[in-house]
Design a protein around this ligand. Structure first.
Ligand SMILES: CC(C)(COP(=O)(O)OP(=O)(O)OC[C@H]1O[C@@H](n2cnc3c(N)ncnc32)[C@H](O)[C@@H]1OP(=O)(O)O)[C@@H](O)C(=O)NCCC(=O)NCCS
Length: 564
């Protein structure tokens, strides 16, 4: 007899929200609270500030690691069909019948229309067209992102932090995205350790990056590093051996976890490599100074005796650029803190910023360029490395992830032009000048959102807490007042409010990470968490090759004329 598994209940999937009601659990299951689970009432008490409770989140079973939890969630159809024991087990666990659920959805409701596709949508980049299944998060135009049903403030409250009341650990978010459940602190710490163990980078990856000039854009170097990591793909190896479809998710899991674990080392290598270039330059400069300094000394010793000056200069320059070397990981740290450490930033506040940063940039439902690209490429059964490298190339575009770089450069050129002490009128003039030159105001607007991005809001709250007097933060705040009315006045911008990229640069710069061209790499590291999680579910659900229909302009014109 198989040991009956603990009964668990899952929140309704497909982003369904439940107004103070327990989600359906397949009839037979009753109280949806496992040990350590949160009751609706409990949570309402804990989070009175959150207003009405529209969802229920069951905490993770404290005795399971991430892989075991996933193994419970993802049924193996083949064995289910042939194995009564497993079948019984799954009927007890019933909630993990995701594949069955998907099949049933298709057979029962496959012909239900989700909206009308208009010619506008076909021409206009598929805006507003519902056409993707993406389990890990859902974006509401007014409310912003929800990760498995949890908003950003809710994640900040519920996910474990490095310290009580601190920013959430990205490990906790990864767990949540993969399983739909909130892990406890021990589980999040266990995942930190697992990611550390998986983070070994083969030497050829560094060599591949080294083959590029140091001046190559950091995103090019980063994507190259990811492609070099692909050599170790478990999925590719298993596929070549002829793995059955029901097993696809397992090597996808291995690849995704390895990828997520290895990215901070690759990304920090790209960062430190640039600094190393400065270091090389400085070393040559110092050598010149030393030689030249001797000559100067020889000359000045007789006169004013200031021969030590060049040496002092060299010392200062050395300190500014640290030692320029590669920093090994500190495996006692959590994922984001270790990443910050390898970049060369150990200020505890910077570590908190990095935890917040990696958490909020991880996932933004499936239609954005990077997520959609990974989903599309993955649908061809390209492994997670190939899919993610493709996603990075989309992220590197200025209308998507590169906007964080553009924002800081734009703000810096504003300061250069007008100074830090800038009046509202000067600011307005600068925004209009940008628009009149045919450029967009970076960090403002969004393809889906129609209100201020909650990812912007939580960064603003972080700044108010940790750097309220920073002049650049004050400038960002002023822009928040000035830009939306101007974009509204333009008349064509659907969302005049700031997005995530409008804020991140000044926070990073405050803590010393001021190389704007590098910012999108940070975004990329974080995005691997959302994309990796969804790729596992893509394969677990057996989602098919993505292949939408395209039409020509002739076809569209003649179709529309007939329809008129
Ligand atoms: C994000 C973005 C690409 C969304 O594009 P979209 O879905 O086409 O947005 P809209 O439907 O509101 O665009 C309508 C018009 O307003 C313009 N617009 C949108 N946001 C704008 C901005 N921040 N500054 C100036 N013009 C903007 C568009 O370029 C478009 O002009 P067009 O009709 O002449 O081509 C757009 O808002 C943008 O370019 N923002 C700045 C870059 C940025 O911050 N990107 C990061 C997004 S997270």
């Amino acid at each position: 007899m198989p040991t009956p598994k603990r009964r668990r209940c899952f929140r309704g999937s497909f982003g369904s929200r439940i107004d103070g009601v327990i989600p359906e659990c397949g009839g037979a299951l009753e109280a949806p609270v496992s040990s350590g689970g949160l009751l609706v009432g409990d949570f309402a008490q804990q989070s009175s500030s959150l207003g009405s409770i529209r969802w229920l989140q069951v905490q993770s079973a404290p005795d399971l690691d991430l892989h075991s939890q996933l193994k419970e969630l993802i049924p193996e159809q083949q064995s289910m069909a042939s194995n009564v024991v497993v079948e019984t087990l799954f009927s007890i666990c019933s909630l993990s019948l995701f594949q069955e659920r998907l099949k049933k959805l298709k057979s029962d409701h496959g012909k239900v229309q989700l909206g009308n596709i208009t010619a506008d949508m076909v021409i206009g980049g598929m805006r507003g067209m519902t056409g993707l299944l993406w389990e890990t998060s859902l974006l509401d135009p007014d409310e912003g992102i929800r990760f498995r049903g949890l908003s950003i403030p809710e994640c900040q409250k519920l996910l474990p932090g490095a310290k009580a009341g601190g920013e959430p650990l990205p490990e906790g978010l990864l767990w949540l995205l993969l399983t739909g459940k909130v892990p406890n602190k021990e589980q999040a710490d266990g995942l930190s350790a697992e990611l550390c163990n998986r983070a070994k980078i083969p030497d050829h990856v560094f060599k591949a990056i080294d083959a590029l000039p140091v001046a190559a854009h950091p995103m090019t170097q980063f994507a190259t590093g990811v492609m070099a990591l692909q050599v170790d793909s478990e999925f590719q190896k298993a596929y070549e051996k002829g793995m059955p479809k029901a097993k696809f998710w397992e090597p996808t899991y291995e690849d995704s976890m390895n990828l997520i674990a290895r990215l901070p080392t690759v990304a920090s290598y790209v960062y430190r490599r640039q600094i190393s270039f400065f270091f090389l330059f400085l070393s040559l400069y110092m050598l010149t100074l030393l030689i030249f300094g001797d000559l100067v000394a020889f000359y000045f010793i007789r006169k004013k005796n200031i021969c030590g000056l060049p040496y002092v200069c060299c010392g200062i320059l050395f300190r500014i650029y640290k030692d320029g070397g590669i920093i090994p990981p500190d495996n006692s740290l959590d994922y984001a803190a270790n990443f910050s450490h390898m970049l060369g930033f150990d200020d505890p506040k910077m570590l908190e910023l990095m935890r917040l940063y990696v958490t909020i940039h991880s996932d933004h439902e499936g239609g954005n360029v990077s997520a959609h690209t990974a989903h599309l490429v993955g649908s061809a059964l390209s492994d997670p490395y190939l899919s993610f490298a493709a996603a990075l190339n989309g992220l590197a575009g200025p209308l998507h992830g590169l906007a964080n770089q553009e924002v800081l450069l734009w703000i810096e050129s504003l300061v250069k032009e007008v100074g830090e002490d800038i009046t509202t009128d000067q600011l307005k003039d600068y925004v209009w000048k940008t628009l009149k030159s045919g450029k967009v105001v970076p960090g403002y607007g969004h393809g889906v959102l129609r209100k201020t991005d909650p990812r912007y809001t939580c960064q603003r709250e972080f700044a108010l807490k940790h750097l309220p007097d920073d002049p650049l933060f004050k400038l960002v705040s002023k822009l928040y007042e000035v830009v939306p009315p101007i974009l509204t006045e333009l008349g064509k911008v659907k969302n005049p409010w700031p997005n995530v990229d409008a804020h991140s640069g000044v926070l990073l710069k405050y803590f010393g990470l001021s190389e704007a061209r590098y910012f999108t790499v940070l975004f990329g590291v974080s995005r691997s968490i959302g994309i990796g999680s969804q790729l596992i579910w893509d394969r677990a659900l057996g989602l098919p090759l993505e292949r939408p229909k395209s039409v020509t302009m002739d076809w569209l014109e003649s179709y529309c004329k007939k329809a008129a």
